[in-house]
Design a protein around this ligand. Structure first.
Ligand code: KG4
Ligand code: ZN
Length: 350
């Protein structure tokens, strides 16, 4: 079974071909980072237009790299939720067109669930019950996974997503967009204990997150309490490195502590990570250290499968297709951001 996957939920136009939900034959990602970089964040209208230009070449490239013709495809899977509505519509329309033209099934895939599935594309074992943490520019979600087919959301951010906080702090420090990789790099030269930025652990909602406080603390630290300027002028390189390292340490502390708390509470036998922030080197290091002490193994995909890609869409789409979870040509884009989902809501997975 050769599935074409299409992903256009945010600022990457991606197409991939995956065989039998496992074997990645091609994984093409056309990044719009340069386009949005000058604005310091994703501009939805520009993203949508760029997707329109890139989608057909991306699909052609994915087929070419896989050594396949359109007629060799058995189904087309597409991200239909969540994301920027105009961006999602480009991928959904392309997928519908392919499904109609080639007379093949159209498979809708939830972007966040696919981030978790990316672990299987890297051959990680399936160990359940598990807890999964998806941390990206748009989402910070904790799931209880009783099987690959059964995900329940047990925690989410109340304000900024983790990646969003990385991006905003990088902007405050003048490190450019996307900020996560830049902070990761710069933090390597800084002292993680230099500044005691706050760690927000919400009471009552044991698995929910809040990152706006730490972001504001960085802003005040850099620009003063009224955020209007700074008596000492622009921070020097070592100071920027110390701020980046201290901020990163606080973010990672919260994510790691909360996730292991959830894992212990859910009697999880494994933890799976997904999303762009799962590329962070300090996050991986801290998760590994905790995994060693707790005996709960932690898995994450390689960087190209952590950030947005279409291989994860085609991979999960294969399992949906096998279970008959296909859509008609009335399929629509569903933009609702998942971080507004209340704790305890259920998500349908394959
Ligand atoms: O999963 P992704 O590609 O897109 C979304 O679904 O949002 O994640 C992008 C996010 C951005 O906020 C980016 O700054 C962050 O992931 N990111 C990182 C790192 N690499 C990417 N954050 C921290 N450290 C990194 N190494
Ligand atoms: Zn994503």
């Amino acid at each position: 079974m050769n599935l074409l996957g299409i992903e256009t939920s945010c600022d990457e136009t991606a197409a991939a071909v995956v065989r039998d939900g496992r074997e990645v034959l091609s994984n093409v990602v056309c990044s719009q980072q340069i386009l949005h970089g000058r604005y310091g964040g994703v501009v939805p209208e520009l993203a949508c237009r760029a997707h329109i230009e890139a989608i057909t070449p991306a699909i052609q490239e994915a087929l070419g790299q896989a050594g396949l013709r359109p007629g060799d495809l058995d189904a087309v899977a597409v991200t239909h939720a969540p994301g920027l509505v105009g961006a999602l519509l480009v991928g959904v329309t392309a997928a519908k067109t392919m499904a109609w033209r080639l007379r093949i099934p159209l498979v809708p895939v939830h972007h966040v669930e696919a981030h978790i599935y990316a672990n299987r594309l890297d051959g990680h074992p399936s160990v359940f019950p598990a807890v999964a943490l998806v941390v990206s520019g748009g989402h910070t979600l904790l799931f209880r996974a009783s099987s690959e087919a059964d995900l329940a959301c047990i925690g989410s951010t109340r304000d900024d997503a983790a990646g969003e906080a990385f991006d905003k702090v990088a902007a405050i420090l003048g490190l450019g967009y996307p900020g996560g990789p830049a902070i990761d790099r710069v933090a390597a030269r800084g002292h993680p204990a230099a500044i005691p930025f706050p760690r927000t652990f919400l009471e009552g909602d044991r698995f929910d997150f809040s990152f706006s406080g730490i972001k504001t603390a960085v802003l005040y630290h850099v620009k003063g309490q009224n955020a209007a300027g700074r008596a000492g002028g622009i921070p020097k390189a070592q100071e920027v490195a110390d701020i980046a390292a201290s901020f990163q340490e606080a973010m990672v502390d919260v994510l790691v502590v909360r996730t292991f708390l959830a894992a212990e509470h859910e009697h999880a036998r494994a933890i799976y990570l997904g999303g762009g922030v799962a590329c962070n080197s300090r996050l991986r290091q801290q998760f590994l250290e905790r995994a060693g002490r707790s005996g709960i193994p932690v898995f994450w995909p390689r960087p190209a499968l952590c950030t947005d890609n279409a291989a994860m869409i085609a991979g999960l789409g294969y399992h949906h297709w096998r279970r008959g979870r296909v859509a008609g040509l009335m399929l629509d884009a569903v933009p609702t951001p998942p971080r507004t989902m209340p704790s305890g809501c259920r998500c349908s997975a394959s």
